[in-house]
Design a protein around this ligand. Structure first.
Ligand SMILES: NC(=O)c1ccc[n+]([C@@H]2O[C@H](COP(=O)([O-])OP(=O)(O)OC[C@H]3O[C@@H](n4cnc5c(N)ncnc54)[C@H](O)[C@@H]3O)[C@@H](O)[C@H]2O)c1
Length: 381
């Protein structure tokens, strides 16, 4: 703790790392810093922690000299190498934002040097690697914290509220889709040995959130990966999950989708909810809840649909359903940074636990097995 602030050394200052560097150097938080003038007020809501009062950027290290120059340009301190950062007694913790294949070695080295670790997702490439890291965390007493920041995405928190508060009755099915059309980025994400592929990139986020939303055992998984734009690593995937209660979910990541399906859909026995896409600015979130007001509308005359008649699929009478906007929420966008620092200082319980990250990795491995063997894989039974 220098100047009364928890000091972070950042390793890896590329796409994500530069976000962390700026967020910590200027004391705003990643999402808050990158908010536009229009969205700044929203991101700076009263409940968002001012992290500049808790933590600071001690300095950065990147193997690429250009990234080091970029950091210097912002007035950040740049270490000669990773060992120099670890040797700095002022550094309390290391934030790892390097490609996935470096996480294990860098995390273990940091903890053995007496530093806590905040590690970008996917924390490790395999569950065995995470078990090894967890053993070092236990042995050294250093915190190892998985950075699963998308547990704080507004769209997820809105859907979680609908689920928790049964705003569409008892939910029985949920779907989440992340869809783009750019293929795998032309970096290490397309290389297997670097921890590439869309499961480790986006699958990890959407599985993480689903397991937090639905506090039940997952009993079965079936997954299919795609290799449309990249043959070495999957460029997309679809997973079908079944939970202990019979609740089901479909999670999908696509990078060759020129028309996107909704980000979220959820179905309950008294309604349905949809979020079409991420929110931009102060526009209301693009989505809605449609709720049943009466099951009385049972009998109806058939309608013509295509070349056939249907009673079952005839639209409902307008007075038997109601349309509602999605619930508004406000939350601390810097909670993960704050919770990491507070956990290291022994003042808070860790929100994203190692055990949770392990469960996520094991489920990802079950998906890969299902994809490879073309079978439904039993999971927590
Ligand atoms: N949580 C999120 O929302 C989120 C978003 C993007 C990326 N990530 C994660 O962040 C990590 C980095 O992804 P990225 O998109 O920033 O990649 P990137 O390629 O843009 O940046 C990685 C940086 O690490 C540097 N680097 C590589 N090896 C290094 C080493 N041994 N020591 C020091 N520096 C090294 C590279 O020079 C580069 O600047 C990945 O684990 C990724 O999954 C997380």
């Amino acid at each position: 703790m220098k100047n009364g602030l928890f000091q972070i050394g950042l390793v890896g200052c590329g796409g994500m790392g530069s976000g962390h560097a700026i967020a910590l150097h200027y004391g705003t938080g990643t999402a808050v810093y990158f908010a536009t003038d229009v969205t700044k007020k929203m991101y700076n809501s009263e409940v968002t922690t001012d992290i500049s009062k808790i933590m600071a950027l001690a300095g950065v290290y990147d193997i690429d000299p250009e990234r080091c120059e970029w950091a210097k340009g912002h007035g950040m301190f740049v270490y000669e190498n990773y060992d120099a950062m670890l040797a700095d007694p002022d550094v309390d913790a290391i934030l790892i934002a390097t490609p996935n294949n470096f996480h294990k070695e860098q995390a273990i080295k940091a903890m053995r040097a007496g530093k806590h670790v905040l590690c970008e997702k996917p924390v490790m490439i395999t569950s065995q690697d995470l078990l090894d890291v967890m053993a070092v965390s236990k042995e050294t007493g250093m915190v190892f914290y998985p950075r699963q920041n998308r547990e704080w995405d507004e769209d997820y928190l809105v859907m979680k509220k609908i689920y928790d508060e049964k705003l569409i009755g008892e939910p029985f099915h949920v779907e989440c889709r992340i869809m783009g059309s750019r293929g795998i980025p032309g970096d290490w994400r397309g290389i297997k040995e670097c921890g590439g592929g869309m499961m480790l990139d986006w699958g990890v986020h959407i599985i993480d959130r689903l397991l937090k939303m639905i506090p039940e055992k997952v009993t079965e998984v079936f997954a299919k990966y795609t290799y449309i734009t990249n043959k070495e690593c999957e460029d997309g995937l679809r997973m079908h999950l079944t939970f202990e209660s019979g609740m089901t979910a479909v999670l999908e990541v696509g990078t060759c989708h020129f028309i996107s399906l909704p980000l979220w859909t959820m179905y309950g026995n008294h309604g349905s909810a949809v979020i079409n896409k991420w929110r931009f600015g102060f526009e209301p979130m693009d989505g809605k809840i449609v709720r049943l007001t009466s099951w009385e509308d049972k009998d109806t005359t058939p309608i013509l649909a295509g070349e056939g008649l249907t009673k079952t699929m005839a639209p409902r009478m307008a007075n038997s359903i109601e349309e509602k906007p999605l619930p508004e929420i406000d939350y601390d966008r810097n909670e993960l940074y704050k919770n990491f620092a507070m956990t290291c200082m022994g003042k808070e319980e860790q929100i994203v636990t190692q055990e949770h990250a392990l469960r996520v990795l094991r489920l990802m491995e079950a998906c890969s097995k299902s994809n490879a063997e073309g079978v439904v894989v039993k999971f927590e039974q």
